[in-house]
Design a protein around this ligand. Structure first.
Ligand code: UDP
Length: 437
């Protein structure tokens, strides 16, 4: 058990760590999230009250999943649900393999060796042995911990695999390895049903989009002077226009493409500044390499700012940048959902978004920004929004309303609760491999 105190002289095993979350209260969302969603969620919550629900993922900080869980777990607890969050914390060898699996599931060809398979399965088995069997529902996020389920370590639980990436065209070899691992789950949840590999179709498949927390430090309202002074403190000139991309330094987020688009846009908007704001996640060993590439590419560009959590960028700074940017960019080539899009739209900042994954879901048919497929389109979209203030304001306002209706945490919690209720009450689907009652 991860929580048991180690015997004297025995090193504590830290491979499955509990994560503490700040409390959340549903009543605080009144007047912010739509009333009908709050009421539905309360009703779903009554059906699940008292259940023990464990969420497991690979990192407590950095990236969208950690962001979601930090808010949703608190809301579940406020409904009388015993929700907990744990992270698997194996080693660099494990995360090297899981990054390859992550990339391969998004479509990059990958050759995993037998040793890679063994590293992945063995580290998962080690964590699984510490899970305990007290759970009613275990929700496992993304491929990294997916193999926790393999030896059925919590046979009384209903198991949900919550995949946050677009795996519609996976590398076939890696998918052949992962398929039996995830096929044993009682339910699979994707942001869009179309993101699931074809073999996972059927009524164990559910589509639930992620969401942002309007009350988190990252998204709550900020006095203008504070937002401005926070951004200015990083070296940005507030008198000149600013484009911002907030995202991990990941090739799929295309930071180098953003730099190219900014250079093109700057030809028409002299003085345009770019900030690439990127957290370094614990489970992302590629981050530093991509950061280095971006740094080399922009070393002689004083108007391109590379900012990370290592240089003091936290949630307050992200909030301020998303507010003060004239245009937010999320030029992903592949994307699960892209929380940063909703984060910027919630602040009424229009978004230029890559036409990938969950980004069109948030932007709609160019309602809350502009969708782009190339560097040139990205540059043109940035210029169009910078040159037409009325258009930019209109898209920003439309974006906030889209997010309010569809992409705030109460809606996510409501949809997840409905799924838990369905599983716990023996719902209308075939019994899954892990269902015992
Ligand atoms: N993020 C952050 N600081 C940074 C970069 C990113 O807090 O420097 C946050 C960002 O605001 C968002 C999350 O990390 O909440 C990224 O989620 P998203 O879904 O956009 O992408 P992921 O990293 O999960 O692929």
């Amino acid at each position: 058990m991860a929580n048991a105190a180690p015997a004297a002289g025995v090193a504590r095993d830290t491979t499955l760590q509990p994560v503490a979350v700040a409390p959340r209260r549903w009543e605080d969302y009144r007047g912010i999230a739509p009333d009908d969603i709050l009421e539905d969620a309360a009703e779903q919550g009554r059906a699940v009250r008292g259940a023990r629900i464990l969420h497991v993922n690979a990192t407590a900080y950095g990236g969208g999943v950690a962001e979601l869980l930090a808010s949703e777990i608190g809301l579940l607890c406020d409904l009388g649900i015993q929700a907990e969050w744990r992270v698997i914390c194996p080693d660099a060898a494990f995360f090297k393999v899981t990054k390859q699996i992550h990339n391969a599931m998004q479509g990059t060809a990958a050759g995993l060796t037998n040793t890679d398979h063994a590293v992945y399965l063995e580290r998962n088995a080690h964590c699984a042995a510490m899970l305990g069997n007290e759970w009613d529902v275990v929700v496992v996020h993304d491929p990294q911990p997916a193999a926790l389920r393999v030896d059925d370590p919590a046979p009384n639980a209903h198991w949900i695999w919550r995949c946050h990436i677009d795996t519609s065209t996976p590398d076939l070899d890696v998918w052949a390895f992962l398929r039996p691992v995830v096929a044993a789950y009682d339910a699979y949840v994707f942001t869009l049903a179309a993101f699931a590999p074809a073999e996972l179709a059927g009524d164990r498949l559910a589509a639930i989009a992620p969401a942002i927390d309007p009350l988190s430090t990252k998204n709550r309202s900020l006095p203008r002077f504070l937002a401005r002074s926070t951004v200015a403190a990083t070296g940005i000139d507030l008198a000149r226009p600013l484009v911002v991309q907030v995202s991990r330094f990941d090739p799929w987020k295309d930071p180098l493409g953003v730099v190219e688009a900014w250079r093109l846009a700057r030809e028409q908007v002299p003085g345009l500044q770019l900030a690439l704001v990127g957290a370094m996640a614990d489970d992302d060993p590629e981050g530093w390499q991509v950061y280095e590439l971006a740094r080399e590419a922009t070393a002689s560009e004083p108007d391109c700012h590379l900012l990370t959590n290592q240089t003091g960028i936290g949630s307050l700074e992200v909030n301020a940048f998303q507010r003060e940017a004239d245009v937010a960019v999320q030029k992903s080539l592949r994307e699960g959902f892209g929380l940063t899009v909703s984060e910027a739209l919630w602040k009424e900042t229009p978004v230029v978004g890559g036409n990938a994954g969950g980004i069109p879901l948030q932007i709609g048919a160019n309602e809350a920004g502009l969708l782009v497929d190339t560097v040139e389109e990205c540059a043109a979209a940035i210029v169009a929004l910078l040159e037409d203030e009325v258009l930019a304001e209109q898209k920003g306002r439309a974006g906030r309303e889209r997010v309010r209706r569809e992409f705030l945490t109460p809606r996510l919690a409501r949809d997840d609760l409905a799924l838990y209720a369905r599983l716990l009450n023996g719902g209308d689907r075939p019994r899954g491999a892990g269902e015992r009652d």
